[in-house]
Ligand binder design. Sequence first.
Ligand SMILES: Nc1ncnc2c1ncn2[C@@H]1O[C@H](COP(=O)(O)OP(=O)(O)OP(=O)(O)O)[C@@H](O)[C@H]1O
Ligand SMILES: [Mg+2]
Length: 320
Amino acid sequence: MLCKKLLPMICFISLQIYTFNYNLDWQSFFQYIDIIETKFKDASHITIVRNNKTGELFLIKQKKFKLFSETFAIKETLASYIATSTSIPSQKVWIIPKNTVNNLHYKNQIATLHTFLPGETLLINNIYQDLDIRQRYSKDMDPKKMGITRNVIHQMSRHPDLPKIAALDTAVGNVDRSLHNILYDKKTDRFWSIDMDNSFYINLCEIAIQQIKSITRDRTITFSLKEIQALTIYRDTLIEFIRSNHPKQIVDLLFSITKYTGICKRIFNKEQKLHGDSFILYLIYGYKKNIIQSYRSAKELVFFLNKLLQNHVVDHSPDE
Ligand SMILES: Nc1ncnc2c1ncn2[C@@H]1O[C@H](COP(=O)(O)OP(=O)(O)OP(=O)(O)O)[C@@H](O)[C@H]1O
Ligand SMILES: [Mg+2]
């Protein structure tokens, strides 16, 4: 019985490796690295580094808690791939497997390397400090407050980058878009997505379908022109996501990144019995399921967004 369950798990190791550069020659990379700053955040240790040849800045992130830290690194990397392949303003992420280099804060633990993005989190005093594009979800929550609510639609109409980031969150099930996890660069007037390591739990596309259906049914709800423009960008970004991220490719990538982290060796012990890390594999298969279901729902969501955009009522009173 257990064997039947384990067989597909073993098979993933031989799956085709999708070509995405989530690894680097780490010895060479760290030869030219100077540490600029280190800091503890709530959940992570952050090191900002500079390549002393090119001047490029990067950020190294390690979770404070070792337990399941590989899964966070895997999700961060995968979500950054989806974002960058869908032209969503986002960081790019690489995985540094544990024991690869000596200069990490937690020596014996996985890390991720991120492109260092300009700007500040929105907690700093600025015109967006009350922004709220978080698509919430919890089991006991009133369904009206989940996912893409009427308020989130309004919020994402405040800047053309926001509906793109909101579409990314819907597509990958990221419920963690707090003000800590978005950067705003005043100089260029651009938003950037960071911190996607809580993705792939929830099918936010399905939740968005329910919201969009209920908004469409309610004839008292109207939209400003800006909100319609935001919904159009949101829909178009989802279409681009569907075109560039076939679930087979994403699942292959999920498995090849998982293999690269080195956890596969620890899944079974010498007697081929399940090891402590096998729970990680259970989680990985949960992400796979989420990727496939969310992709299917994303297509359906586009259908309902089209319906809404065709039949909406525009409120011509000026935006706030
Ligand atoms: N790519 C990046 N470019 C610039 N700054 C970044 C980048 N990624 C993260 N940061 C900074 O580091 C902080 C912590 O990163 P991140 O949110 O990914 O980690 P975390 O584990 O969620 O920590 P926290 O619990 O504080 O949110 C961010 O709030 C931001 O200030
Ligand atoms: Mg964060």
